[in-house]
Design a protein around this ligand. Sequence first.
Ligand code: SAM
Length: 348
Amino acid sequence: MDESKLAEFMGRLVTDMGGAAMVASIIVGEELGLYRAMSDGRPMSADELAAATGCHPRLVLEWLNAQAASGYVEFVDDTYRLPEEQALALAVEDSPVYVAGGVGVLATLFLDKDKQVAAMRGDGAISWGDHHPCLFDGTERFFRPGYKANLVSTWLPAVDGAVAKLESGARVADVGCGHGASTVLLAEAFPASQFFGFDFHGPSIDAARERAAAAGVADRITFTAAAADAYEETGLDLICFFDCLHDMGDPVGAARHAYEALADEGAVLLVEPFAGDRLEDNCNPVGRMYYAASTFICTPNSLSQDVGRALGAQAGEARLREVFAEAGFSSLRRATETPFNLILEARK
Ligand SMILES: C[S@@+](CC[C@H](N)C(=O)[O-])C[C@H]1O[C@@H](n2cnc3c(N)ncnc32)[C@H](O)[C@@H]1O
């Protein structure tokens, strides 16, 4: 037994335990508007922040001390200050690095712990809709900043001919659309096109309709509760799967259905969590987070459906290529990538 290795590992575990506790602290701070109240970078006392947010002063002081101990806020002369860089991640909802909304996803892992234990002792299945509702909002808020920063500006231009087609008027499906974050962004950018959002989870489709109405694009999006292998639209120029194919029980069935629904010159835009093909490639901060979340969310959802292929959130390009080849597609190429996503283009 190597004492120094033990000490190093204990240090890592304490860091992780602190991180897990801070996730809860971020979720609460976000909901109460504590970060937003500090977003102008002005130093504040705990009492000032409590007064500004209508919160209990002693608990705000304790919360602030946790933020200071974590390097989220600075502590100088008995006041606390949220630096600009931290504000972008924790207070500015429209920023491309806003994570304070998306960490809400992680609450699911704890709130649904008993279901997870039962699934791991049983058939492995937990359907998407059986999770605590914080998963549905959290997923939307987790992915939306990345879509907002990349989808229209970078990902679509990397798909051959997609932008020109969308500008002139395309028929586009967003399969597994959840709350429709991506569908609404597309509809805002391409008013001449017609969009169809599908998800098998009815409450998510209800929320997506509300998001489209609020954004003023309901006239060009039709949201329908339908499984990925069961929607009726055909002649589609672009079929998108945003961070959802690996969640499906039968991704080959979903891809085959897309093949049938796609116009001859159409393309599939497949966006999946960034991953290499081997575990060794994914032993990094992004892979670690996705493997852990996928144990609780993505993989049990796939196992709850027919076929239960259980790709997991770290499927990697080689496994995704197999899925599209089995479904009959002649090509799948990496159009582009970000640290968090693989962006793939499939053609008939
Ligand atoms: C991780 S979420 C992504 C949602 C959305 N695309 C986004 O990026 O915000 C996965 C979505 O896939 C949906 N889903 C899972 N299996 C499905 C299936 N077989 N058919 C249709 N939707 C499915 C879930 O309901 C969920 O909304």
